[in-house]
Design a protein around this ligand. Structure first.
Ligand code: FAD
Length: 493
């Protein structure tokens, strides 16, 4: 390789994993660090731009969370119900949801380092806000265990904060700079080729950290690896995450891990754009997500329910529910609510596509389903709801159906208070689960499961998860493995 330039560390990507890694490398003592971002400056940041930036990590409860919210007044703090979430709780959630298929060493690393990594972000200057509560009862705001804060300003807020911190530390960011080749072999990486606007050129480095995201924005790669009809999905995040860096590294000899036929896929407004769904103006959450399904029923184009809408809180089911929708005829479904269900919506202010009618039969006609079929589905469901268990939205209340082949395990209240609404949904992919195999120091391994010298990785490009995932583990993974990658890259090279 005839390199035009030489850096200590090259970070491929301009999203949150890349910033975590670049800042960690700087803090570990690297002098010259270059971030190479494929996107133009106005689109930089990958999925982070669209992210809710909630973080899941183990913590001791309210008093520890308060350290992240120095401006919060006492009166507001007293309304927050934030229970402790232990390391064992997080590990149990992660292992249960990934069907115990995750590399146990990496699962332990992700969970064990999560608390330190999120505190590290705070200490390097990232500011935080309290999440929107999942239930508000009697003036008290309830949070699910393990998820209470997000980065101030959401996706864009996180990117702007990281960019200011990185540039303040002298880290260079080069936009419009797609990496088009990796120099090296299965034993050692020495640099990269960049396809700049004025032609290709090579850059050498002591270490390269790959943070170029998943392959969810490439229909061709989705069709090649994911399960049926993955061409149909809508991409919730960046159009730039097309997987080429992952391909170059696999061709070089990198080993892979994670669930290649799957990804984080959630229900999304059927009329959402094909790419890059918009965030709410305050950065808190995505306006096209449709996560209120535990408070109603979902039916497919045949008017049939097809999953247990009340299996658990949405944070434990949403990442696999999009895949369930994708598997239905036409890859569409309708979320059906009565007024009781609608009152439980977390973001009633978000714009949404829906139809409304005074009866279930009329609603069915409006959405193109056979009225008698939908009426029958709702009548069977209503007859299976029990009155002897109290409805409680603050936690899984055990208010389950009786006698249905496909149960609803919690929050099963009758759909009987009109007007009724149907929200059409399809599958929105967030990121793919198949990717590079790393060790607990974020070194990328080769086919012999030995570290490739000079090569590290973090973020969605990693192969870590299988089947499903507990909400808000992506950003935490970025912080944990980004920090490890930055640190290891400096110490090893
Ligand atoms: C709508 C939405 C909401 C989300 N909400 C949350 C949440 O609240 N909590 C949570 O934990 N996770 C959330 N996620 C997931 C989380 O945002 C992602 O897992 C995370 O942003 C991935 O970070 P990354 O840096 O690995 O990838 P990205 O942020 O996608 O960054 C990849 C970067 O690589 C660049 N790139 C790609 N190819 C090349 C190339 N050839 N050369 C150079 N650069 C390249 C891209 O342009 C991009 O800058 C959400 C995601 C979406 C889409």
């Amino acid at each position: 390789m005839k390199a035009k330039e030489t850096y200590d560390i090259i970070v491929i990507g301009g999203g949150s994993a890349a910033f975590d890694a670049a800042v960690a490398a700087k803090k570990a003592g690297a002098d010259r660090i270059l971030m190479l971002e494929k996107a133009p400056e106005v689109e930089y940041g990958g999925n982070a731009r669209y992210s809710g930036t909630g973080f899941r990590f183990w913590h001791a409860g309210g008093p520890e969370i308060r350290e992240f919210l120095p401006d919060l007044d006492d009166a507001t703090f007293k309304t927050l119900q934030i229970a402790p979430y232990s390391e064992a709780d997080f590990l149990a959630d992660l292992n249960r949801m990934t069907l115990n298929r995750m590399d146990p060493v990496l699962a332990k690393t992700l969970v064990g380092e999560s608390n330190k990594a999120v505190h590290w972000m705070k200490d390097v200057g990232i500011r935080w806000e309290i999440l929107k509560e999942h239930a508000n009862v009697g003036g008290k705001k309830y949070f699910e265990k393990g998820i209470a804060i997000h980065v101030a300003g959401g996706g864009i807020g996180q990117l702007e904060q990281w960019r200011a911190i990185a540039e303040g530390l002298g880290i260079e960011i080069r936009f419009n700079s797609p990496v088009s080749a990796i120099h090296g072999n299965m034993h050692r990486v020495e640099g990269v080729r960049v396809c700049g606007e004025d032609g290709e050129y090579d850059i050498a480095a002591r270490a390269v950290i790959a943070c170029a995201g998943g392959f969810q924005a490439s229909a061709e790669m989705r069709a090649r690896y994911l399960s049926g009809n993955a061409d149909f999905v809508k991409v919730r995040g960046s159009k730039h995450d097309t997987g080429e860096v992952l391909r170059y590294l696999i061709e070089l000899g990198a080993a892979t891990d994670g669930h290649w036929q799957s990804g984080h896929m959630s229900p999304i407004d059927a009329k959402a754009p094909s790419f890059e769904t918009p965030q709410h103006a305050d950065g808190r959450g995505n306006t096209q997500s449709r996560y209120d399904y535990p408070f109603g029923i979902s039916v497919n184009a045949l008017g049939q329910r097809f999953f247990d809408e009340g299996e658990a809180q949405h944070s434990y089911t949403y990442a696999k529910t999009g895949r369930a929708v994708l598997a239905q005829p036409g890859a569409v479904a309708w979320q059906i609510y009565d007024q009781k269900g609608l009152r439980q919506r977390r973001y009633p202010e978000h714009p949404a596509t829906f139809e409304e009618a005074g009866s279930i039969g009329a609603l069915a006609k409006q959405i193109g389903l056979a009225p008698e079929v939908l009426e029958n589905t709702v009548a069977e469901y209503n007859a299976a709801c029990r009155d002897d268990i109290k409805y409680d939205p603050t936690h899984p209340d055990g208010k389950h159906t009786v006698g249905l082949e496909l149960p609803k395990s919690n929050w099963a209240t009758r759909i009987d208070e009109g007007p009724f609404r149907a929200y059409p949904v399809t599958c929105g992919i967030t990121f793919t689960f198949g990717g590079l195999k790393v060790n607990e120091r974020a070194q990328v391994l080769n086919g012999k499961l030995e570290p490739i010298k000079g090569l590290y990785a973090s973020g969605d490009i990693l192969g870590l998860f299988f089947h499903n995932y507990p909400s808000f583990t992506g950003q935490t993974r970025n912080a944990v493995f980004g920090r490890l990658a930055g640190d290891s890259a400096v110490r090893d090279n």
